[in-house]
Design a binder for this molecule. Sequence first.
Ligand SMILES: Nc1ncnc2c1ncn2[C@@H]1O[C@H](COP(=O)(O)OP(=O)(O)OP(=O)(O)O)[C@@H](O)[C@H]1O
Length: 727
Amino acid sequence: MSPPEGTTEVAAAPSVPARRPEDKRVLAMIAAARFHGVELDPLASNAPRPGSEPARLAEWARDNGLSARAVRLRWSHLVGETGNGPVVALLKDGGAALAVGATPGKDVVFLRDPSAPEGGRPVPVDQARLEAVWDGTTVLVGRQRVAASEESTFDLHWLLRLLGQEKGLARGTLMAALVLSFLALAGPLLVMGTLDRVLAHEGYATLTLIAVLFGTVALYEAGLTFAREHLLLALSTRVDVRINTFVLDRLLRLPIDYFERQPAGDTTHRLQQVWRLRDFITGRVGTLVLDGTVLFFALPVLFALNWMLALFVLGAALLLATIIVVFIPSIRRASAKALVAETRKNGFLVETVHGIRTIKTLAMEPARKAEWDKRVADSTSLRRSAGLLAVWPNVLGIPIERFMGRGVFLIGAYLALVRPESIPVGGLMAIMMLSGRVSGPLVTLARVLTDLEDIKASIHQAGEVLNAPPETAAGGGGVRPRFTGALSMDRVSYTYPDAARPALRELTLKLEIGTMLGVVGRSGSGKSTLVRLLQGSTRNYSGLIKFDDVELRELDLGHLRRSVGVVLQESFLFRATIRENILAGRPHLTMDDALRAARLASAEEFIEQLPRGYDTLIEEGGANLSGGQRQRLAIARALVNDPRILLLDEATSALDPESEALVNASLRRIAAGRTLIIVSHRLSSLTDCDAIAVLNEGKLEDVAPHATLVDRCATYRHLWLQQKARV
Ligand SMILES: Nc1ncnc2c1ncn2[C@@H]1O[C@H](COP(=O)(O)OP(=O)(O)OP(=O)(O)O)[C@@H](O)[C@H]1O
């Protein structure tokens, strides 16, 4: 049944006209921001006072999602900047002008008076006239560029790029390592000198020289090692900070339905893989790169001392590499399987913690234990197999490693016996010492390569969270108009991904400012879906949803969510004080805002009765408050920045009748000057609404006040009689 003609339009309440600010600086900022699609609200609590400093004006624009800077410009720069949109020129008398263009010869700019009507003609002004009233103070306003991290994919290349961003530090560390590696040659070469020159020719002077050299090199080595470690630590700290920032940034950008689809334990476990990656990069790979520099110097010297022995060393290294290459594919498969099993196990544990109340209520402990044992067994046996496989290349590598040291020495000794001229004793000692230096980095390389497979699996796992499409990819950088409370939906349909039937079908509804609309319908009729769409949880609907005249898809997502207050059935309260929970980290809000919101939500009385009032610490999830108190706090939190639109999705359904009556009583006060959409199963709490929309299998069956619906809408009458019978 389609709604009767004209009933989709819901009555309006008279709107309050906004005060117009007189300050030209503020007006100029509003005009410049409007050019970039952002509506600055001069009446908002974070708006600058008249006559504010340039930096404060720029901060205001930045708070509203623009990029803005207070700068001092010369005439030539001002002319150039007019190509990027209006420039706010702050005048010496405390006023402002908008520079909106320039002549091609760049000798005249066009200025607009910000208090003049928008269609007013700009005035041409030359350099001398402008500089008489303007000392260069300017605010540049522009759209915020999308952060690079928002677009980049989390993978090995991303990590390498990350290291690339720390070029200076990386270069310094590498230089220190190269010099250290060069100095590392000093030991073997000086031993060679001692054996061949001092002992053979009783050269006391040479011995003294060698001793001095040993001492000097040791001092240099100590200093450089300090520098290298210092730089390496700075590098790894920076990388750590960047990875941390990236992870939370990405996590917060994921759409809500991602978290609904993925178990929380699974997501956290996947993210933990990032830290393994961090340890790998800053630990093992760092060591490899730094120790690997030794090869640059040691290999040429080895060849110069004796090419045959050098070839033995290299041959052994190649054998090591082959062993690793042979084992890699099976290790990769085994570690991926082990990681999946580990993730499943962790997910189960987190789910158990979250669902402990239900588990205990239903006496599910034995079943949970049995399932846990199974998952533990799976994960440990897979980890064991993967671990055993990974041991093999290391085990097989040991004899080769020994050969590189002791074997090569024995061959060298044989060569020295049969052909003494081919290698002196000192040279043999040097070769043995150097081959140890060559084998060290090569063994680390082998370890890195085996780890790499694990790490790739970790990158893949973490990437599944970090590379999931962020909701802001579509929603960031949109327009930020001022909401008045008018809202319309035109033929809105939505089908969940993988769902067979649409959750909403051709919904058309128009709400005027200040309307209080109830939404009812049987379970699964699409009520919550409607609330989700209005929050911008998904933009893949068909039809149009307009706030005033702006389509939801054009809006900046953050702005939309700040402008529309939402209270859900289960409101999550943070472990923080009541005041912090109400203000919810919004920096421009004050204690006065918290008090006003608490009063409006009828929460003031109970808060004041608490021993520490607004400073009372709320336990995690609000465990030390009653359901009704939690909900009233959630309503206060939603109201604190005075949104023009408030959505309540079953916000009172879980409350006892007394708390529900308290909340309902405050709704009329809350509704003043605000558009309210209240989804509720309890029809009795909606009888006061201006209109009630009845949904049926995703369709709008009717919309009218309670009395009319009881008369003419079969679904509503049925629901109403059912509930009355229960009372
Ligand atoms: N995340 C989802 N994925 C797929 N289908 C969904 C999802 N959420 C809801 N649905 C389906 O969409 C339809 C509308 O669901 P919605 O939650 O909007 O109904 P509702 O009227 O709020 O129900 P209730 O009163 O039980 O909360 C239902 O058929 C539901 O099965």
